[in-house]
Write a protein that binds this ligand. Sequence first.
Ligand code: ATP
Ligand code: MG
Length: 729
Amino acid sequence: STGEGEGYLARLNPEQRTAIETTDGPLLVLAGAGTGKTRVLTTRFAHILLTERAKPWQILAVTFTNKAAREMRERVGVILGEAVEGLWLGTFHALCARMLRRHAEYAGLTQSFTILDTDDQMRLLKQVMEPWQLDTKRWPAPGLMGVIQRWKDRGLTPARVTDADDTDFANGHARAIYTAYQTRLRDLNACDFGDLMLHVTEILRTRPDVLEQYHRLFRYILVDEYQDTNTVQYLWLRLLAKRSGTQSNICCVGDDDQSIYSWRGAEVENILRFEKDFPGAQIVRLERNYRSTQHILGAAAGLIAHNGERLGKTLRSGKDDASGEKVRVTGVWDSDTEARAVCDAAESFRAKGASLAEMAILVRAGFQTRAFEERLVQTGLPYRIVGGVRFYERTEIRDALAYMRILHQPADDLAFERIINVPKRGVGPAGLQKLHAAARARQVPLAAGTQALVAEGGLKGKMGAEITKLMDALSSTRDILVREGHVVALEFLLEESGYLDMWRNDRSVEAPGRLENLKELTRALADFGTLGEFLEHVALVMEHDENAGDAKLSLMTLHGAKGLEFDIVFLPGWEEGVFPSQRTLDEGGLKGLEEERRLAYVGITRAKKHALIYHADRRRIYANWQPSMPSRFLDELPEEHVVRKNNGGTQPRGLNLSESVFDNGPLTSRRRQDPLAASTTLPNFQLGDQVRHPRFGVGVIIGADRHQLEVIFESGATKRLLSSFIEKV
Ligand code: ATP
Ligand code: MG
């Protein structure tokens, strides 16, 4: 069989054909979303094989995700009419892992080296740091890991880190620790994820014989999503592509407007200097968009036009416009109503014949998925979480749930075991055995046995002190639970147990998201009358398992949606502080804001037929509702391409209006209060400060301890309150 055979070129437009048939020499395809860049790359791959310019293993093709690699392999197979084997087709990391196995000895490793996971990496780094005796509160290991990863992203081996690259981190010892860490890895015959790129690039830089092998091997190089390559990936590509005496057959496709990974070291400048790197490079621009209707494109184009630093591109819809619907912007009452509105809309699209497989909810941050997951479970709409873990299965959520379970049910030994050493309290296997023995001897649950040991002074050293602190925290939390309710109690316990500090001190890129998820958890908790009701609800949601065969709606982050497309795309949470994110607003720079705007552009351009944007008028921050402002991006959408509807001012019928919505009174601050990010020492408050509490109004601080402020209010009432809910006026 010949598969699609000759026809594979016929259905392409002239610019696409040029991009495919210009096989020799450097080529950059610079084009907007949905113009067929990925399709060009795939067809080019097949074209090179069909015209016998190279054997399958002589083409190096780089994709951004493993999923994209699979898809490209399949599509090439379809065009060729047979599956092809032995391809150098995959992500940067997958390709480098394969190369490193071939040349491990040049990196001081053997072929069977292991790749450490992040936990192992961190444990190793901590060991390596010990001799420096750093103050780990000030210089936590995850922070140093971040520094090392950024160096690796930039292709800097320890020897290549110059004084100019060095940082103040770890009192100026970062470079020395990095050196020790790399040595230790080598001794263990191991490498971390970042080393895959770093080692291979270093080998190519220093071993001309190896580089020569690859120059002979790879006749063609294809790269997707070029705008998101970081420095070391760029160096690796340039080394492989640049052959003296011959021109480079490298073809990169990308879109500067979709550069959304600068936080992981991506450098959009790489795309801008392609012509300099590869003299004589041809640039092909694709302007016809085959994905979206004119209104969707118009809205996306109007939005991205607000960015200053752009190469500038035009996009025309290749689709018949007559049936095109405008982008729908809907204001809703609150975050729960938002989840309801999205699921209702998905239902009605389905009732009209659309498949759930062609629908996606794209969120800015992982915490947002919680409300949708619950609503989807309630309505029975099949869904899948793409590129992520279901909300209640995330590590930090399971930890926090374990803390709640032990509050609710002191005999829950499993929950106690989960949290006893999280954060680290020096409880190893031997320590745990001792606690179990104490419980068995007294025939009581683990927590009670531990409490008894503490009371007798049976636990010594760091472990003794830390466990005592935990048991004290649990017992004060039980008082708070009675006096102030379950939401405040959970917040207090996570704080007092040191759990929140554990994530605050964690400098990994996931840590801020975990803190947000924890905030979202307390928000969810506020919907329930008691801890017990909430835990039962969670058990039910977790029970819900996915029906393998059904078409499913996709729920994922905007970052994870890059390169994908759906008929119907729901874009919730377009509010200041959610999207653009609070962190971006806090940092205040234009660069961050422009990256958020590119992310918004990526979101809208995933839609083929319908794009529906939502913003809520209020979001719950802990037990309190706070007004939220519509995202500035909404103002930037051109009127002629959107229809706006606001249900926000009117309360949805059939909803039981909880007292708290109105009790809070208006808060004018655009900035959100961020209790979990607040320091424990209350540096922002002083005795005598005038403050405002959402429920009790204006008052003056008359006392304070680590967590609570004593405030006398205008009404004459005196209250002890968590600072999280208090705003200075
Ligand atoms: P993104 O920037 O989002 O990654 P892209 O530029 O890679 O987008 P593709 O995903 O390759 O775009 O293509 C978008 C859609 O348009 C796909 O469904 C693709 O099959 C279709 N398409 C591309 N070129 C043509 C064409 N010439 N005729 C018909 N459909 C096309
Ligand atoms: Mg693409």
